[in-house]
Design a protein around this ligand. Structure first.
Ligand SMILES: [Zn+2]
Length: 123
C-alpha cells in the first residue's frame, strides 16, 4: 500500500487487492469472504452480510477461468520455445503457477463483484 492516507478516503476500508486476496468482508473486515480456496462464502460469519446477493458477476467465472487458462498456456508455450526447459522443470514451474494464478484470479474477480455490489448499496 502506498498513499491511501488521504482524508477523503478513510472509511476504514482496506485496499482492494490485499482485501480481496485475503478475503476480507467489505463491511466488517473479517476474513470471511471465502470458504477456503476460491469458493465464495454464502454470507459473512461475523456480520451476516449476504455475499451471494452482492456477487452478481458470478456466472462469468467460467469465462474468466478459461481466458486465464488460455493466457497461461500461451505463456507456457512461449517460454518453452524460448528457454527449452526440461519437462520436469516446466511441470515444476507451471503446476503451482497455474493453480496459484487461477485461485488468485478467481478470488480477485469474485471479491471485485462483491465489493462493487456492496459500494453500490451505500447511501
Ligand atoms: Zn462481515
Amino acid at each position: 500500500m502506498t498513499t491511501d492516507e488521504s482524508p477523503t478516503e478513510n472509511k476504514g476500508q482496506p485496499g482492494f487487492v490485499p482485501a480481496a486476496l485475503s478475503g476480507l468482508c467489505p463491511r466488517c473486515g473479517a476474513k470471511t469472504l471465502f470458504d477456503g480456496g476460491a469458493q465464495l462464502a454464502d454470507e459473512c460469519a461475523a456480520c451476516g452480510l449476504d455475499f451471494l446477493k452482492l456477487e452478481r458477476g458470478g456466472r462469468f467465472v467460467g469465462v474468466v477461468t478459461m481466458l486465464l487458462a488460455v493466457v497461461l498456456i500461451m505463456a507456457a508455450l512461449g517460454m518453452d520455445e524460448w528457454l527449452r526447459p526440461p519437462l520436469w522443470a516446466s511441470l515444476l514451474f507451471w503446476g503451482p503457477v497455474t493453480v496459484g494464478s487461477v485461485i488468485g484470479a478467481l478470488r480477485l474477480y469474485k471479491a471485485m463483484w462483491v465489493y462493487r455490489g456492496y459500494e453500490e448499496r451505500q447511501p
